[in-house]
Design a protein around this ligand. Structure first.
Ligand code: OKP
Ligand code: ZN
Length: 343
């Protein structure tokens, strides 16, 4: 399997994140992607290629140009106001509050961000752009044949929606790639999100559409982040009714319950008969993940890859979360090689 990777990911390196009430070193850090790359190489998964540069227009197919320009300019505005330290929002909007975009950088951060765990740094724009290029290059590579390609994206993307960012995500790499597949002529695309956290951004981008099916297995939003989307009764709207499937699971979930949800997900996706399958690949479902509460074991990851292969569609794996850095690369490669070994 070909892997697409850009070392520009290192440009996203926050100093602090609010974790359990303390300012701590971010869990979403450059060593994550380096660990995955090292495992890809030592397992000899296949060639590792650099991405091509794509135009920002591909991003604006799914994101508001105002969000794109904010991510591009925020650091400069922040440094001018407060100096060279991670840019984090000072507040956020509560129910019923005004929705106009403020003028100052602090107001704009509060307006565009939905959490305080996603620092904008000097290199954020470069890294976030490169992650989109990695996803788009993966899609293009998939188009020239082969069953699957791995886009080793960092920063992740699935929490970023049309006009807001958060959850370590700036641009929705998987959604940009899915939209590009449609723009290239595909009539049906499916996105399977197996990250521990619900892909609220991806869901909301495609919520009213029937061409891109979104299916997600994740921690119950009653218990875990992002808290406000991911319920089972969110099934899509308008033309998209029936094209959104959420399979929330409780804290403590182990393989038997996970596998049951995975089979349901796969059945739904097969029924859609996608011409391209995008997998938002998070392995933060792992028992030792520092921020998550599922209990999957290392031996479960090949089974996830094997199950996904049964869908039988050209598959673009797009990296999302996974924070147990010591085992991260191993678990990711387990999914990919489990896929490759299947039929
Ligand atoms: C990203 B991905 C506030 C942030 C709380 C955010 C988790 C984001 C997970 N400090 N945690 O889905 O793996
Ligand atoms: Zn996650």
């Amino acid at each position: 399997m070909i892997t697409i990777f850009s070392s520009e990911h290192r440009q996203q390196a926050g100093t602090v994140e609010l974790i359990n009430g303390r300012l701590e070193a971010p869990v979403e850090k450059p060593s994550r992607a380096d660990s995955i790359l090292a495992s890809v190489q030592s397992a000899m998964l296949g060639p590792v290629l650099a991405p091509k540069d794509f135009d920002v227009a591909a991003i604006e197919r799914v994101h508001d140009p105002r969000l794109v320009s904010f991510i591009r300019t925020a650091w400069g505005q922040w440094v001018a106001a407060h100096g060279a330290w991670d840019a984090l929002p000072p507040s956020s909007r509560a129910r019923g509050m005004q929705v106009r975009e403020p003028e100052t950088i602090d107001g704009k951060l509060a307006y565009f961000a939905f959490d305080a765990g996603t620092p904008i740094t000097a290199g954020t724009w470069t890294a976030a752009r490169a992650a989109v290029d990695v996803a788009l290059t993966g899609l293009e590579t998939l188009g020239s044949g082969g069953r699957a390609v791995f886009s080793l994206c960092r920063p992740p993307g699935h929490h970023a929606a049309r006009d807001y960012y958060g959850g370590y995500c700036f641009f929705n790499n998987a959604a940009v790639a899915a939209q590009k597949a449609i723009d290239n002529g595909a009539q049906r695309v499916a996105i399977l999100d197996v990250d521990y956290h619900h892909g609220n951004g991806t869901q909301s981008i495609f919520y009213e559409r029937s061409d891109v099916l979104f299916v997600s297995i994740h921690a119950d939003p009653r218990q875990d982040y992002p808290f406000f989307l991911g319920y089972a009764d969110e099934t899509g709207q308008g033309a998209g009714e029936g094209f959104n499937l959420n399979l929330p699971l409780r804290w403590g979930t182990q393989w038997p319950q996970y596998d049951e949800a995975l089979q349901t997900a796969i059945e739904r996706i097969r029924h859609h008969a996608p011409e391209v399958l995008v997998v938002s690949l998070g392995v933060d479902t792992f028992e030792k993940d520092p921020i998550s509460r599922f209990k999957l074991r290392a031996a479960d990851y090949p089974k996830i890859g094997h199950a996904i292969a049964a869908i039988g569609a050209p598959t673009l794996f797009v990296m999302e979360g996974g924070y147990a850095v010591a085992e991260l690369g191993h678990n990711v490669v387990s999914v990919l090689s489990g896929f490759e070994r299947a039929g």
